[in-house]
Every structure is written in structure tokens, then in C-alpha cells.
Design a protein around this ligand. Structure first.
Ligand code: URA
Length: 234
């Protein structure tokens, strides 16, 4: 790919802005030799202002989303993209979140610019379950685990019952919920259906992958080994 297109796709600016960067001599090789817009060069050999280029297409990352951030490119308020380098929101193809977490949900969020990978992650065939740590406003009654596991729970305005889900009660107002599908506001609506209210919701695991020691608001890129871990489900 020509360098102008490559840099524009990585979010360094519009084609016009990137062309100006070339004219200003800001794009060089590793030895500081100025490059030209039509040059063809290996990604890792290119520097902008002396810095290596952002990762190429095929970027997948794990973000520890804090509460209060929206999974969108252009909503009001704080966005997940505010937690990443500013160029990442301008990339083409877009670096998009794999599914969404509600604004008030924290925890694991995968983001990728690889459409095939995104489909593989969300495909039911991959059987990637998701674990949520739930804090409730009211004490659990005791029948929730059985109702969630029944496969017959029908949420308001849905036409199909939910797949069986596992609830592990840790204390009267604390539980882990494992879901095998991803319906709109699913965890919150499930607890509303059994007369409770979710006070705090945190996604702690997707498939075989957990947050590890990634702090709130932090992110890291995923490599092939991480993806193996993600898809490695019993
Ligand atoms: N269930 C919800 O209610 N919200 C989320 O963000 C994820 C699962």
C-alpha cells in the first residue's frame, strides 16, 4: 500500500494532511532518510517524527472499561475512544468494540479492526461465555439460580426465552453471572425480572481470557497467544 494511504488509514490525518507531513520531511525510514508519498516500504521500517508507526491493520486490544464511558465513536459524554491514543478512533477500517458494555458497566471490552475475528468472537459456534460480577440492591431470594438456569425465563419485550445461565451466589447481594448469549442489557433485565436491581456490574471474563492485572482505564494489545487463550473454552 502506498504510504499516504497507509498513514491516512492509520489515522495520522486526511490524505491532504498526510501529504503535507511528507512535504515537511516528517516521514522517514529508520535511518532518518526522508520518504516520499509513493514509496513502498515495510510497516516496521517507517517512522513519523522519529517514532515507529502505530500497529498495522489486524489490531485487537483488551480495554478495562471504567463505569461512565460509552461504547460509541460519537455519543455525548466520555467515550471508550478517549482512553486510547487519539489516532485509534480515526483508523480505517474502524477499531470497533466487540459487542458493547452499558455506560455504567465496567470490565472487559475487546476491540478489533478485524471483521472476521469480530464475527468469530460473537458467533455462537465459538461458545465464548461471559462472566459478570454483580452487586445487587436487594438481597437475593434464593430461587434466582434455578430460574436463570431453567432456559424458560422470558424477558419483557423478548419473544424467545433466555438460554440457561449460571448464577453463583457469593453473598446476599453479590453474585457471579455467566451468560452464553448477549441480549440488550441482559444482566440488568434478568435481575429486574426476578424483582431485584443491579447496582454495579463488571465483566470479568470472556471465553478463556480475563482482565489479569489490567487496571481501570488501561488497555493492552492482544497477540496470537491471547487469542488462543480467548478461544480456549472447555
Ligand atoms: N448485561 C447488561 O445488562 N449490561 C452490560 O453491559 C452487559 C451485560
Amino acid at each position: 500500500m502506498k504510504l499516504v494511504k497507509l498513514l491516512a488509514n492509520l489515522g495520522y490525518g486526511s490524505r491532504k494532511q498526510v501529504q503535507l507531513m511528507f512535504r515537511e520531511g516528517r516521514v522517514t525510514d529508520a535511518d532518518g532518510e526522508v520518504l516520499y508519498a509513493d514509496d513502498l516500504l515495510a510497516h516496521e521500517a517507517i517512522r513519523v517524527d522519529g517514532e515507529p508507526l502505530d500497529p498495522p491493520h489486524g489490531l485487537t486490544l483488551l480495554l478495562h472499561k471504567p463505569r461512565g464511558y460509552t461504547c460509541s465513536t460519537k455519543d455525548k459524554g466520555r467515550l471508550i475512544y478517549d482512553l486510547l491514543p487519539p489516532r485509534y478512533r480515526e483508523r480505517s477500517p474502524l477499531l470497533s468494540s466487540v459487542g458493547r458494555l452499558d455506560r455504567d458497566t465496567s470490565g472487559m471490552l475487546l476491540m478489533t479492526d478485524d471483521g472476521a475475528l469480530l464475527h468469530r468472537i460473537v458467533s455462537p459456534k465459538s461458545r465464548l461465555d461471559k462472566a459478570y460480577e454483580v452487586t445487587l440492591a436487594e438481597d437475593l431470594r434464593g430461587d434466582e439460580t434455578a430460574r436463570f438456569a431453567s432456559g424458560t425465563l422470558l424477558l419483557e419485550s423478548d419473544d424467545k426465552p433466555l438460554l440457561p445461565a449460571e448464577l453463583l451466589v457469593q453473598s446476599p447481594r453479590q453474585a457471579q453471572l455467566v451468560l452464553h448469549e448477549g441480549r440488550y442489557h441482559q444482566a440488568r433485565r434478568m435481575f429486574a425480572a426476578v424483582g431485584n436491581h443491579v447496582q454495579a456490574l463488571h465483566r470479568s471474563r470472556i471465553g478463556g481470557l480475563s482482565l489479569g492485572d489490567l487496571g481501570e482505564g488501561q488497555w493492552r494489545t492482544l497477540d496470537a497467544g491471547d487469542l488462543d487463550t480467548l478461544f480456549n473454552v472447555p
